[in-house]
Design a protein around this ligand. Structure first.
Ligand SMILES: *Cc1c(COP(=O)(O)O)cnc(C)c1O
Length: 354
């Protein structure tokens, strides 16, 4: 029935997210969700809002949440944009800050949503190869024609690029927007948010889905110069006035204000990550240095695709990528200690051919 489709519907190639299987017995290590529940304050805030205000539209400007985010990030409300998941923020940023006929750049191995947005909005792009150890060649991002987008830490490689190198990229793109997608930055040494005060072409995008345990609530945000934020707001208001519902507003606000809980769960994930890394190395895997809540690994003998399939048959789900020239690698999300112990038990069975 394609004859009824618009040119846009025909042209786009939708993103394929990691499997979400409806089976609670599966050990799910495939989409980088947080294994811990969100702050208990989230639940009480949502309950209260449900009892009081669901018959009313939410705030189109989301001031209360933007203020709470600004406070945590050391910036002003005018420098914060909130969206329905950072995927939506990224879509608005592609539409609002990149242009057709001006080529943007992103790493050749990276978040596979970027080419999807580029195709949707007809933005030409160049894929910049990584070095052989998967680190970034920062000079290859200098003087782009239409801007650049790169995650830091990168996904799915898990590698963090120092702020000095990232600043160099921003500095060498004075007339174009550089977007840094910091989905995993809370598991890494430092954020580039402070650089937004120095460079008006820099936009940082963050999410509540990973470190704040709120993948199911769909909240992400951007930080940048108010002129950049205004472009995103113009796109949003030409599209949907209320992208963030009332429950998401109060839930995300409660989550970002509970710093103690956030620090505790994040610290625990980092400990589990290092323990899992050692365990995998003992089994002969090489593990890239991770600054995220996942590990990107490969084994010199065992084929990644087979391991992925055999683990899946035994109800352990990890992520395997058939594209981007990383077919020897697997990505493993860090779960609770118990989830990782079970994962390693099943991995041992699979490696021993059981
Ligand atoms: C998870 C992820 C996102 C999307 O996060 P949502 O806020 O859940 O939409 C964006 N970028 C990268 C690199 C991610 O891994």
């Amino acid at each position: 029935m394609m004859k009824y489709w618009s040119e846009v519907a025909k042209r786009c190639t939708p993103y394929v997210p990691g499997e979400q299987l409806n089976d609670s017995t599966i050990i799910k290590l495939n989409t980088n969700e947080n294994p811990y529940p969100p702050s208990p304050n989230v639940q009480s805030a949502i309950k209260k809002e449900m009892e009081q205000a669901l018959h009313l539209y939410p705030s189109p400007t989301v001031d209360s949440l933007r203020e709470a985010i600004a406070k945590q990030e050391g910036t002003t409300k005018e420098s914060v944009f909130v969206g329905n998941g950072s995927d939506e923020v990224l879509a608005f940023a592609f539409m609002g800050l990149f242009s057709p006929y001006r080529t943007i750049r992103f790493p050749a191995i990276t978040y596979s949503f970027y080419p999807v947005y580029a195709n949707l909005f007809q933005i030409p792009y160049e894929k910049v190869p990584l070095m052989s150890d998967f680190t970034l060649d920062e000079t290859a991002f200098f003087h782009s024609e239409g801007g650049a987008i790169l995650p830091n830490p990168n996904a799915p490689t898990s590698i963090f690029t120092s702020l000095d190198l990232m600043e160099n990229i921003v500095k060498h793109n004075p007339d174009n927007v550089v977007i840094i997608d910091e989905a995993y930055v809370d598991f890494a040494p430092e954020t580039a948010v402070a650089l937004t005060h120095k460079y008006e072409q820099l936009l940082i995008v963050k999410t509540f889905s990973k470190s704040r345990s709120l993948a199911g609530l769909r909240v992400g945000y951007a930080i940048g110069h108010p002129h950049l934020i205004e472009a995103l707001t113009r796109i949003k208001d030409s599209f949907n006035s209320y992208t963030i519902d009332r429950l998401a507003i109060v839930g995300a606000k409660a989550a970002i204000e509970d710093t103690a809980y956030f620090k505790q769960t994040t610290r625990h994930i980092l400990q589990t990550r290092e323990w899992t890394r050692e365990q995998l190395e003992e089994r002969g895997f090489s593990v890239l240095p991770s600054a995220t809540n996942f590990l990107f690994v490969h084994h010199p003998i065992y084929e990644a695709e087979k391991l992925y399939q055999q683990l899946k048959e035994k109800k352990v789900l990890i992520r395997y990528f058939r594209n981007q020239g990383i077919t020897d690698y697997m990505r493993i999300t860090i779960g609770t200690d118990e989830m990782m112990r079970k994962f390693l038990l099943v991995l041992d069975q699979v490696m021993e051919g059981e």
